[in-house]
Design a protein around this ligand. Structure first.
Ligand SMILES: Cc1cc2nc3c(=O)[nH]c(=O)nc-3n(C[C@H](O)[C@H](O)[C@H](O)COP(=O)(O)OP(=O)(O)OC[C@H]3O[C@@H](n4cnc5c(N)ncnc54)[C@H](O)[C@@H]3O)c2cc1C
Length: 491
């Protein structure tokens, strides 16, 4: 570049922040716009009565991708973020009283899981080796490069992966794969590994078996907690961006991406002013990008036909008591997992016996709750919004959750709730523009979902790009960071 080229990034979600930082490192003058008053999109914060809650993501895997983003932008990661590996990946509870503390150490986990849930230590280890093989074989193809450029298919990663294709679980569902691995006689083990489908907002009864690789990230690579909470992740990228000269315009929405023929010329802001740019990157949900910001362009068929990932109902409860058996991540399983997913994905309703995830960050950082108390982030799977009566559904579901937890923890929980807020799919959509409040963009409930996801670039507008959870390679913090890397490399 002779004269510095200019780039506009629309949206300061995790992928928008990472893309801005990477473009700045490549010499671009970068402006980022977002209507929200804070950076980070879905990674928000709520505080009340001495309790602090991360409102969005709670599980942090592959922290090295945050470090990589900072390092490749010329920053020392440790000047911006510190994180620690958490000893226990999750504590699991079943209605019949079975409990499992899932150690973050693989050997320990396999031994305890075999003792409590059946099968053998060796068989469970074999399952993880298989998951690792899948991850190692495919990450260079599916996660680190654009799937929509022919050059990708000539890379050595692809050529290496081709012979393994029939063994990558593409032709069975995750549940079928888990069932054939552990057998009907070990339903709790099958359920535990089925759960990893929810890490990208899918159903284990529909998503392909290749999703087995997700458990490798949690147990082989580990789960981490950033000092200061999940919100510290976007804050780190935001601060680094500011230090490197990225210009952030929070509280400023983009109204339109300006396109002239085959060129994106910049953006029009809500006040009608125009910001010209050589490159435009949209971090806004791709369907919303086409419907609201690129109204002169046709929404691609793939984008129209893709189904949203699951959404969630989250209660933020300040709980005036500590339950010693609870840890940072806790799961209370449904007794009928298949019916629960049917309910969410087919009937598009909430289930009366939901699997409940409780995240309690005050177990790691005591400052997040008053002494002797805990901050509960209580989440159940929900369908994306398609016009359901959420007020009624939330009221009913709150009752189901309270009675299940009270039953499983042995006392009335409601009496301890000191402060409360709730997040619903329509609220997620209102706050971040994600279609229907989907957590992870589109679902991976189809075998070829990865190929249907929108590319990180526009097929005919050469300087228009896309990053974030609704485009390649998908949702969740690690994949969003990968999408920023792929997008920046495409430029
Ligand atoms: C409740 C919840 C729990 C989750 N749990 C996890 C988890 O445990 N682990 C994990 O890895 N992932 C989790 N996820 C998913 C993860 O949060 C997302 O995949 C990721 O944060 C999406 O980031 P993104 O960059 O695509 O942008 P988003 O966070 O969706 O942000 C998009 C940004 O675009 C902005 N925007 C919208 N319209 C405009 C406009 N017109 N002009 C300018 N800007 C605009 C929005 O304000 C927003 O800031 C969870 C999500 C939610 C909601």
């Amino acid at each position: 570049m002779t004269k510095a080229s200019s780039a506009v990034v629309v949206g300061a979600g995790i992928a928008g922040l990472a893309t801005a930082l990477r473009l700045r490192a490549r010499g671009y003058e970068v402006d980022v716009y977002d209507p929200a008053s804070h950076p980070g999109g879905k990674l928000g914060v709520w505080t009340s009565k001495g309790y602090r809650f991360d409102t969005g993501p709670s599980l942090f895997t592959l922290p090295q991708l945050v470090d990589q983003t900072l390092e490749e932008s010329g920053c020392n990661p440790r000047d911006y973020i510190r994180y620690h590996r958490h000893d226990s990946a999750c504590t699991y509870f079943w209605e019949d009283g079975t409990e499992l503390i899932a150690s973050g150490e693989l050997d320990e986990f396999c031994k305890a899981a075999a003792e409590k849930l059946g099968s053998t230590t060796e068989r469970i280890k074999e399952y993880f080796s298989e998951a690792q093989r899948m991850y190692d074989t495919t990450k260079g193809v599916f996660l680190e490069k654009s799937l929509h450029r022919w050059q990708t298919y000539l890379s050595k990663d692809v050529l290496k992966a081709i012979p393994s294709l029939p063994t990558l679980g593409l032709f069975s569902t995750l549940h079928e794969r888990n069932l054939s691995f552990f057998g009907q006689e070990n339903p709790k083990l099958v359920q535990l590994f089925d759960r990893f489908a929810t890490y990208n907002g899918s159903s284990p009864y529909l998503t392909p078996g290749i999703m087995q690789m997700i458990c490798h990230l949690e147990h082989n690579i580990g789960t981490y907690y950033p000092e200061g909470g999940m919100h510290a992740i976007p804050q780190a990228l935001y601060r680094a961006g500011k230090d490197k000269g990225v210009r952030f315009h929070l509280g400023t929405a983009v109204q339109r991406i300006l396109v002239n023929g085959n060129t994106a010329e910049g953006v029009e802001l809500v006040d009608g002013s125009v910001r010209k740019a050589d490159v435009v990157v949209s971090n806004v949900d791709v369907r919303t990008s086409y419907r609201k910001l690129l109204t002169d362009l046709k929404t691609p068929k793939n984008v129209e036909r893709q189904k949203p990932s699951s959404s969630a109902i989250i209660f933020y409860w300040g709980v005036g008591k500590k339950y010693p058996k609870l840890d940072l991540h806790n799961i209370f399983f449904s007794d009928d997992y298949r019916e629960e997913f049917d309910c969410v994905f087919e009937k598009k309703q909430l289930h009366h016996d939901p699997t409940i995830y409780i995240n309690i960050t005050s177990r790691v950082d005591p400052k997040d709750a008053p002494e002797g108390k805990d901050n509960w982030f209580v989440m159940v799977n929900a369908p994306a919004d398609s016009g359901q009566d959420w007020e009624e559904l939330v009221k009913k579901e709150r009752g189901f959750i309270l009675s299940k937890l009270s039953r499983m923890l042995g006392e009335d929980i409601e009496q301890w709730i000191e402060t409360e807020d709730v997040l619903t799919p329509p609220l997620i959509e209102r706050r971040t523009s994600s279609q229907g409040g989907a957590l992870y963009g589109s679902s991976s409930n189809e075998r070829m979902a990865a190929f249907f996801r929108h590319a990180n670039f526009h097929s005919s507008i050469s300087n228009l790009f896309f990053c974030g959870g609704s485009v390649h390679p998908g949702g969740g913090i690690p994949l969003c960071l990968q999408s920023a890397s792929i997008t920046a490399n495409l430029l």
